[in-house]
Design a protein around this ligand. Structure first.
Ligand code: PLP
Length: 425
């Protein structure tokens, strides 16, 4: 039995089966590489689901966390601390100033806070309590707690846990007319991702967030932009919504913010920052000094090392390389920055993920026909080339078995076309 198999047997005996049994057991990481418990090394192209933005064991993160844990690990919300206040100041500054932050521990908690803000907003506009409706996107993902799940546009995830808070109206993602029709003077808030992450790295059409902003302005609904996956440099901007030049009322963050330490943030801008009053929400651990110090190290390193520009350059190189893979299994590449989906002509993403692992790459079958790449933001051009070469091998291995099915379906190959999304908008 390998060490991985031994750990899998122990996992299956004691862990709830919510994730199945993961196919890999990671022991340690350095930069963009991780080693499994059997000593195999992988190029990490998924970064713990878009989290480890500085890669693994980055000296700036190690130093900040060690220094902070040796100074003060925890205070609860009964005391203020410098790292928490400084991080809130930094986030508000990066989001254009004039805002307030609530810190939780992850993305679901950030969205729970935003959902409660929406309730407060609705009640402020209609004291009879009639303004409760929330609008969210089909295929959107906002987390697994009951509130965040209520906003998540996948019926199969929601229905086993009904009834959920609401009412929530789901609209087709990217459809401005549907959004205009759904948002009324009964709507408290609109929750949108700038790009569907778990939905398969599907970018919104240009102008969609701007249209959502206009609809919210016209009706008085809050615009909540979920940047849990897209934020903190993933697309080559600090926040993905900035590409549309809009200012949301609320931005939710997590994942990359702590670079691997758990932290979530609900940032309310302008008047939305005044919605919560004393006693309205809370968390014992949220924004603790160690996670806040980690997040400050992440923001400092992104800034100091010019990582936003690097994400754009390396991300484009990666996309060009992926789109040039000549294999009938490759339909196209979508996404931006270091956040891409290799879209397949057959629902064999899980097989490609497994073949990539055999080729030394960690990627993720985010949808049956889409392989997600969300590597550390420190990925180099050489790493990107290695990723393309490995995925070429992986799709060739899987494509050999599925080429008949793909051609029977009349699906197009990549044919070396441009890297931009060619079909999802
Ligand atoms: C856009 C988005 N929002 C919220 C979440 C939930 O975050 P967490 O798993 O940290 O609770 C996720 C997780 O994938 C996400 O992608």
């Amino acid at each position: 039995m390998t060490a991985t198999e031994q750990l899998a047997a122990r996992w299956e005996a004691v862990m709830m089966p919510t994730y199945g049994t993961p196919p890999v057991a990671i022991a340690r990481g350095q930069g963009c590489r991780v080693w499994d418990v059997d000593g195999r090394v992988y190029l990490d192209l998924i970064a713990g689901i878009a989290v480890s933005v500085l890669g693994h064991a980055h000296p700036a993160l190690v130093e900040a966390v060690c220094r902070q844990v040796a100074t003060l690990a925890h205070s609860s919300n009964l005391a203020m601390h410098e790292p928490g206040v400084r991080l809130a100041e930094r986030l508000v500054g990066l989001l254009g100033g004039d805002g307030r932050v609530f810190f939780g521990n992850d993305g679901a908690e950030a969205n729970e806070a935003a959902f409660k803000l929406a309730r407060r907003h609705g009640r402020a506009l209609d004291r009879t309590g009639g303004r409760l409706q929330v609008v969210a996107a089909e295929g959107g993902f906002h987390g697994r707690t009951l509130g965040a799940l209520a906003l998540t546009g996948t019926p199969a995830k929601r229905e086993p846990f009904a009834p959920l808070p609401g009412p929530v109206t789901f609209v087709p993602y990217g459809d401005v007319a549907a959004l205009r029709a759904a948002v009324t003077d009964r709507t408290a808030a609109v929750f949108l991702e700038p790009t569907l992450g778990e939905g398969g790295v599907v970018p919104a059409p240009a102008g969609y967030l701007a249209a959502a902003r206009a609809v919210c302005d016209a009706t008085g609904a809050l615009l909540v932009v979920d940047e849990v996956q897209s934020g903190i440099g993933r697309t080559g901007a600090w926040f993905a919504h900035q590409a549309e030049g809009i200012r949301p009322d609320v931005v939710t963050l997590a994942k990359g913010l702590g670079g691997g330490l758990p932290i979530g943030a609900c940032v309310a801008l302008g008047a939305a920052g005044e919605l919560f009053a004393k006693g309205d929400h809370g968390s014992t651990f949220g924004g603790n000094p160690v996670s806040a110090a980690a997040a400050l190290a992440v923001l400092d390193t992104i800034e100091r090392d010019g990582l936003l520009a690097s994400v754009r350059a390396v991300g484009d190189r990666l996309a060009v390389g992926l789109a040039a893979i000549e294999d009938s299994l490759v339909a196209r590449v979508r996404g931006s920055g270091l956040w891409r989906a290799l879209v397949l002509t057959a629902p064999v993403a899980a097989e490609v993920e497994a073949a990539a692992r055999r080729a030394g790459l960690l990627v993720n079958a985010v949808q049956p026909d889409a392989v997600r790449l969300a590597p550390p933001l420190v990925l180099s051009a050489a790493d990107a080339d290695e990723a393309v070469a490995g995925l070429q091998v992986a799709v060739a291995e899987v494509g050999g078995a599925t080429v008949g099915a793909a051609s029977a379906a009349g699906a197009p190959g990549a044919g070396g076309g441009p890297p931009q999304d060619k079909g999802v908008r």
